[in-house]
Ligand binder design. Structure first.
Ligand code: HEC
Length: 214
């Protein structure tokens, strides 16, 4: 190989390298992807409506407040939807669902002669759980979400007003309607009446107070 040939070879190599680099630079320039000004998936917290309370939208209104403005007659109309499956008369028959006479504060899953789903029986905690205004409100909002595995094939009433009205109506299906909850009261988790606080079994030694922390 004389030096001329070596030169040609080197020149060829350099040329190739030059071309490769140039293509790289040009394609970078052509297909440049600058960082987007706004990320495509911005996750923004919903801002509270102007002037409105800063409460998150998911916060449900307490049923006591809803019941304060409820309308029993409007509730009777809403109850027509329930009547596809429920009667509401005293001693009324069980249909697809159990009779709902005196349902407010009635123990869950205890109506005679009705075969409740396993999900509803679980929810009843062996009769300790009652259909409080709160429980009714949550259940009727979305039955399957509130009582997992319930057999109640009803989508629910998403509107506060409808639920309040129908619960106000359900309350009247009784010889002695239960008192309405006091509006404005914080929705405290009150122990259901009759659900006695866990007492130590008779004869069991009283629990010793924990030793004070050193
Ligand atoms: C498609 C039929 C159907 C409709 C419509 C329906 N339910 Fe039910 N409901 C049932 C069934 C079935 C059960 C029993 C659920 C179980 O065992 O899991 C039930 C159970 C209940 C219970 C519990 C009763 C108990 O004894 O523990 C309440 C309260 C209730 N329904 C209220 C309502 C209200 C209020 C409406 C109308 C807004 C309604 N349901 C609409 C079928 C229905």
């Amino acid at each position: 190989m004389d030096s001329n040939e070596v030169n040609k070879l080197l020149a060829g190599l350099l040329g190739t390298v030059f071309v490769v680099f140039s293509v790289g630079i040009v394609s970078d320039a052509l297909f440049a992807s600058p960082a987007p000004e706004k990320p495509g998936f911005a996750i923004e917290a919903a801002e509270p409506a102007e002037g409105g309370p800063a409460a998150p939208a998911a916060e449900a209104k307490p049923i006591a407040d809803l019941l304060a403005t409820a309308n029993v007659e409007a509730g009777a109309a809403v109850f027509k939807k329930c009547q596809a499956c429920h009667s509401g008369e005293k001693g009324g028959p069980n249909k697809v669902g159990p009779d709902l006479w005196d349902i407010v504060d009635r123990p869950v899953a205890e109506h005679e002669g009705f075969a409740y789903s396993a999900g509803m029986k679980d929810f009843s905690k062996g009769g300790a759980e009652k259909w409080t205004y709160d429980n009714l409100n949550h259940f009727i909002t979305s039955p399957k979400k509130f009582v997992k595995g319930t057999a109640m094939g009803f989508a629910g009433l998403p509107k506060d007003e409808d639920r309040a009205n129908v619960i106000a109506y359900l309350r009247t299906l009784s010889d002695s309607p239960k008192p309405l909850p006091a509006p404005g009261a914080a929705a405290e988790a009150k122990p259901a009446e009759g659900a006695a606080p866990a007492k130590p079994a008779e004869g069991a030694a009283p629990a010793k107070p924990a030793a004070p922390a050193q």
